[in-house]
Design a protein around this ligand. Structure first.
Ligand SMILES: Nc1ncnc2c1ncn2[C@@H]1O[C@H](COP(=O)(O)OP(=O)(O)OP(=O)(O)O)[C@@H](O)[C@H]1O
Length: 545
């Protein structure tokens, strides 16, 4: 979704509320810092007048002492302002990361299935990182720019009201009109650019994952050409940004020169009319030249702002995305007493997969599910897990609709082994132990033995403490699958859903695991989806889908 810049800014600023006092301190320090910087120019002007014997107000030694003090406090104030801004920025980045991870948990797995993973990584890393620019270098500079310009405008008006009017007009044009023009020109470009980076990440991740296929089918050259095209596209977009950045610089420089010239012309006119003396020409002129810093900083912001707002937009998209399945938290605890599907209709989008499907799963039984590829066996398991909600009909556990069971409760009741087991970057013990918080080594070993994995683990260089780094991609399909099954045994849920658990196993390992499953089903319920007859033999009832 492409939001207006002001909407993105409003939403991002909304997050600052708890840190508002620090933001105010940063603004005050920034204003004081900028004023002391400008005071250096003004004092310099007075110093020159003094040397020329044209200023009788301040002694030259006082001018030098004040110059030294201003220079010193300028440094201290600038440090204070930056420290406050970065404190806010890093606190908020941590908070936003937290929010984004919470959003991912809310959206998983249904909404994340179709998302490009590389794009998500870009969002989690570089997009969030870019928001630092917004919190540390955008909000307070705007407030500081406005306040400092107003104060300097008033100071100039003490020499003559027209100086004040001219200064305010200059600040509005350089710090307001120019950035708005540039931001408008670059807003869509920013979003397109950030999305392109995400797409590029996805393409690279895809290529790495599919490396074997790319090599096998000699698709390397084709992928390289595509990567080159994507890089050129990105380069083109970067150039567009650079052009806008250069345009900003040119506009700023021209603006500063033109308005300084106007000040000089105004001064000359006032001098000719006898309204001001030489000091009334010289001091406003040097003040004006030295006062553009904060508004130029504002104007330069528009370049970064395009990237930042585009990143903000992408982060907000994720934060505001509605999940397909909402988490349930406030229902009573349910214990497993069997499950059932009644007249279930379900489809992904418009494509109908299950149409009026019904079945009952009795407690302490093994139900085998058989059916041709794509008929919806895995989908049925996902509905029992409530990864998706049915379109019609009901899925119940212990005669309670799964839509009314606390999500936490449901996860504890069910153990789910998918067709693919993900191995985390951790030791093999940790990889199994993920199934049970605080699992002891004995429990992990017991689960591994049931999954016929113990002997293999003991043959590894560091046994259960062997890291996946040391294993690399060396785990075979069957070993991975057994890690998945060991997790399920460790989880020890009363209702176990197994999707092709033995598809990669030899008959020896299959036999050991099936025996363990039969033991498991003595006091638990198991659904077994499989195409293998040998596996189906342990089922007490077979359902043909
Ligand atoms: N997230 C999804 N979005 C859209 N379509 C999907 C999604 N997941 C599965 N499908 C489609 O739904 C249909 C049923 O898929 P499912 O995985 O349930 O089949 P299955 O019976 O388990 O097949 P297999 O025996 O090959 O494992 C398939 O045609 C599949 O392409």
């Amino acid at each position: 979704m492409s939001r207006k810049g002001i909407v993105v800014m409003g939403k991002l600023i909304g997050l600052i509320k708890p840190l508002l006092h620090i933001m105010l301190l940063a603004i005050l320090l920034g204003i004081a810092g900028n004023l002391s910087a400008m005071a250096i120019t003004v004092l310099g002007g007075h110093g020159i007048l003094k040397v020329l014997n044209m200023d009788y107000g301040i002694a030259l030694s006082t001018v030098f002492i004040l110059l030294g003090i201003c220079a010193l406090i300028r440094g201290v104030l600038r440090y204070g302002e930056q420290a406050c801004n970065h404190y806010i920025a890093f606190k908020l980045l941590a908070f936003i990361r937290h929010q984004v991870f919470a959003a991912l948990r809310r959206l998983a797995p249904a909404k994340l299935e179709g998302k490009e993973k590389g794009n998500l990584i870009a969002l989690l890393t570089s997009d969030i990182e870019l928001l630092e620019v917004f919190y540390a270098h955008t909000i307070s500079p705007i407030a500081i720019g406005v306040a400092t310009s107003a104060i300097v405008g008033c100071y100039l008006a003490t020499y003559h009201i027209l100086y004040g009017v001219l200064a305010i007009a200059a600040y509005i044009v350089i710090g307001g009109v120019f950035p708005i023009i540039i931001s408008k020109a670059g807003r869509e470009k920013g979003l397109v650019y950030r999305n392109s980076i995400g797409a590029m990440n996805s393409f690279l991740l895809d290529s790495l994952r599919g490396l074997t296929e790319v090599l096998q089918y000699q698709a390397g050259e084709k992928r390289r050409t595509k990567l080159k095209e994507k890089t050129s596209e990105l380069e083109e977009k970067q150039w567009e940004f650079k052009r806008l950045e250069n345009l900003t610089r040119v506009m700023n420089d021209v603006g500063v020169i033109v308005f300084s010239l106007f000040t000089l012309l105004l001064g000359s006119w006032l001098f000719e009319k006898g309204i001001v003396g030489f000091e009334g020409v010289f001091i406003p002129f040097v003040t004006m030249i030295g006062s553009f810093g904060p508004v130029i900083a504002l104007s330069n912001l528009s370049n970064n702002l395009m990237h930042t707002l585009a990143s903000g937009n992408r982060v907000l998209d994720l934060l505001e995305e509605t999940p397909i399945v909402t988490e349930i938290i406030d229902k009573e605890e349910v214990f497993f007493e069997g499950a059932a599907c009644e007249d279930v209709c379900f489809g992904y989008g418009k494509r109908q997969i299950l149409n009026g499907f019904s079945t009952e799963l009795e407690k302490h039984k093994i139900l085998g599910i058989h059916g041709k590829n794509g008929c919806g066996k895995s989908t049925l398991l996902k509905l029992l897990m409530r990864f998706y909600d049915v379109n019609k009909g009901t899925v119940t556990i212990s005669k309670k609709n799964v839509k009314n069971i606390n999500t936490d409760n449901l996860r504890r009741l069910e153990g789910y082994v998918t067709q693919e087991t993900h191995i985390f970057n951790a030791t093999i013990a940790e990889n199994i132990g993920i199934a049970k918080e605080g699992a002891t080594r004995e429990e992990i070993i017991k689960a591994a033995k049931k999954a016929s994995l113990h002997d293999f683990i003991m043959s590894l260089p560091n046994g259960y403490d062997t890291g996946t780094g040391e294993l690399g991609d060396k785990l075979s399909g069957g070993e991975r699958q057994r890690v998945g099954i060991a997790r399920a045994f460790l989880h020890n849920a009363p209702f176990l859903l197994l999707d092709e658990p033995t598809s990669n196993l030899d008959s020896l390992n299959e036999g050991i695991i099936l025996k363990a499953l039969v033991d498991y089903s003595q006091d638990k319920t198991v659904i077994l989806v499989s195409h293998r007859e040998s596996t189906m033999n342990i089922a007490e009832r077979i359902l043909q889908m």
